[in-house]
Design a protein around this ligand. Structure first.
Ligand SMILES: Nc1nc2c(c(=O)[nH]1)N[C@H]1C(S)=C(S)[C@@H](COP(=O)(O)O)O[C@H]1N2
Ligand SMILES: [Mo]
Length: 361
């Protein structure tokens, strides 16, 4: 096991700790073979839950809209479902995806590659609801409060995040009550969650119960203490927002149970996967069978929806021997996945290329 870097003040051992295993068991990822599905089946979408999943009684639950607004309001689930609504596929990814592969390792939820999924979310657009409330002239941000409560680095809190008014105004931002044609399951935020397409998952607050318009920037723990890209503990860093590009492939052939090393038969082998970015469409996916020494372009499908991943594939002529399959994406803003990953204190946005060792025999 590699060396590790603890959060400030915490010492950690090089092996994965029981606490990390406990987090990994609660917050499962999407099995990579599910990349074959354009819409991730419910139950296969990754999960990230900081505290406990709250039990919500739909009869007494209400969404409150308050703060610097002319018309504070409160909605039942029925009230919300009577509003104009949309259904859209959105690819969501945890900002910590890839963290377990950083060296030195950063101790938190230990994702390898799998903290991603594409849900078909149904809900009302956020901005019209805020306009209904009448945002006052001195407002600067909108704070989204969840119902889940816990402690983190000694700070007791309710999960909350904010968006600036400009970000809240983006037409894609929605208040979702449905996933893949059904209600939101408890683990994904029942009865209502925010969905911020193109941004890492932390912005998409689950179990929403209050939306507060504020006149000062929000300084909550999840906004200012974590989810910042910092290269050293004294670096103020920058907040994580848009998803960095990533391509993942469905590991081909059959796996070894313990190592998950792949065994593939010689001959033509279909390598397929999905690619996405929060900075716009993916314009190129490349595949390597020699660990990144040489690359060829894969066939890439055009985007189907603005914030959903794109399918790609490549026919590989698998020759007997040992190979390392890799894939890498480039988005329309020109961002390319790194082959060497720069380090950061939170283990965020780790989007270096996936490497899948394969034995062809
Ligand atoms: N209320 C609340 N919202 C939350 C979280 C949380 O712990 N509590 N986790 C966030 C994080 S870090 C991510 S990555 C996404 C995960 O959403 P999912 O579990 O539906 O995939 O939810 C976000 N919203
Ligand atoms: Mo996350």
């Amino acid at each position: 096991m590699g060396s590790v870097q603890g959060w400030p003040g915490r010492s950690v051992e090089a092996a994965f700790s029981l606490e990390e295993v406990q987090l990994a068991a609660r917050n499962h990822g999407m099995p990579l073979e599910m990349l074959r599905h354009g819409i991730t089946p419910v139950g296969m979408h990754y999960l990230l839950i900081h505290y406990d999943i709250p039990l919500v009684h739909p009869g007494s639950w209400r969404l409150h809209v308050d703060g610097a607004v002319a018309n504070p309001a409160s909605y039942s689930l029925d009230d919300l479902q009577a509003l104009d609504h949309v259904t859209r596929p959105v690819t969501m990814e945890c900002a910590g995806n890839g963290r377990a592969r950083l060296d030195p390792r950063v101790v938190s939820q230990p994702w390898v590659h799998e903290a991603v999924g594409t849900g078909e979310w149904t809900g009302a657009l956020l901005w019209p609801l805020l306009q209904e409330a009448g945002i006052e002239g001195d407002a600067v941000e909108v704070v989204f409060h969840g119902l889940d409560r816990g402690r983190e680095d000694g700070v007791e809190q309710t999960y909350a995040r904010s968006l600036t008014l400009d970000d809240a105004r983006r037409p894609a931002v929605m208040l979702a009550w449905g996933l893949n044609g059904g209600p939101l399951p408890p683990q994904h935020g029942y009865p209502l969650r925010l969905v911020v397409p193109g941004w890492y998952g932390m912005a998409s607050v689950k179990w929403l119960d209050r939306i507060t318009v504020v006149t000062e920037p929000f300084e909550g723990f999840q906004q200012t203490q974590v989810y910042r890209f910092r290269t050293a503990d004294d670096d103020p860093g920058v907040p994580l927002q848009r998803i960095a590009p990533r391509a993942l492939l469905v590991p081909p052939g059959i796996p070894d149970f313990f190592t998950r090393e792949r065994y593939v038969e010689p001959g033509r082998c279909l390598i397929e996967g999905r690619a996405w970015s929060g900075h716009g469409a993916i314009v190129r996916v490349e595949v390597s069978a020699d660990g990144g020494a040489t690359w060829v372009d894969a066939d890439l499908d055009p985007p189907t929806f603005a914030y959903a991943w794109q399918a790609w594939s490549h026919l590989w002529d698998a020759e007997p021997g040992e190979h390392v399959l890799c894939c890498r994406a480039t988005d329309e803003a020109g961002n390319v996945q790194p082959v060497e990953q720069p380090w950061n204190t939170g283990g965020y946005a780790v989007n270096d290329v996936q490497r899948v060792p394969v034995i062809v025999a």
